[in-house]
Design a protein around this ligand. Structure first.
Ligand SMILES: [Zn+2]
Length: 235
């Protein structure tokens, strides 16, 4: 009987380690259990895809203006709920030459979800994206970068590409960063083929400011900016 506690302890450790590993994988940019996913593209060409998560909201015009000023095409991972609240935003973004991607309806954390809950997050958002006029492939980006079993399984079954990122300096940090700090860290981390994630919406004026600086500095360094679809297809 003296062995039992040891066996129990071992079992507890295995379960804890598995849960820890699952948590790690769920937020991994490079590991996914099912389906195709990408976090950057291997290339020596100086191309970068700028991607903007969340929204849309009342900052749409300001973001579009800063991109138009610089003649840059980007990819917007929008929430369906944001498109419903701001129905003019999606069509404006598409008309300006940008790509739309799916970032779920309500930005729900997609762990421990049922297939029907996943469908409820993804399908109506696709409908909004189509109604906004985007007719290219709709890639998917999970809220908080979180995905484990059901979500990737659903995405694989629907032949849906998950697009993560390799550069993101303002996503999960607790410390407030200035526009200059965000710009410096983004420019330092960017490489040929990078997918850069920024959250420029709402009261995040410092991120919008940083976005302009990032574009100007990377362009001065010889980079050009393409949509995710163009990055993936090598055009
Ligand atoms: Zn998000």
């Amino acid at each position: 009987m003296r062995r039992l506690p040891i066996v129990l302890l071992a079992a507890v450790l295995v379960v804890a380690a598995s849960a820890g590993a699952a948590w790690k994988v769920s937020g991994s940019r490079t590991i996914q259990f099912f389906g195709e996913h990408v976090d950057r593209v291997a290339t020596t060409e100086k191309v970068i895809a700028l991607t903007f998560d969340d929204g849309p909201d009342e900052a749409t015009d300001e973001i579009l203006a800063l991109l138009a000023e610089r003649d840059v095409a980007a990819t917007f991972y929008l929430n369906g709920a944001g498109m419903a609240d701001h129905p003019e935003s999606g069509p404006k973004i598409v008309a300006a030459g940008h790509e739309l991607g799916n970032h779920t309806w309500s930005h729900r954390r997609m762990l421990l979800v049922s297939p029907s809950a996943v469908a409820d997050q993804i399908e109506p958002t696709d409908e909004r994206i189509r109604a906004a006029g985007w007719d290219g492939p709709i890639t998917f980006r999970p809220p908080y970068g979180k995905k484990l079993f059901v979500l990737p399984w659903y995405l694989a079954r629907h032949d849906r590409l998950t697009v993560m990122w390799d550069v993101s300096v303002e996503t999960f940090g607790d410390t407030p960063q200035s526009a200059a700090e965000i710009a410096d860290a983004t420019v330092a981390a960017a490489e040929p083929g990078s997918i850069v994630l920024l959250h420029p919406w709402n009261d995040r004026r410092h991120v919008r400011e940083a976005t302009g600086v990032v574009i100007d500095r990377l362009r001065a360094d010889g980079y050009r900016f393409v949509t995710v679809s163009d990055l993936l297809s090598g055009t």
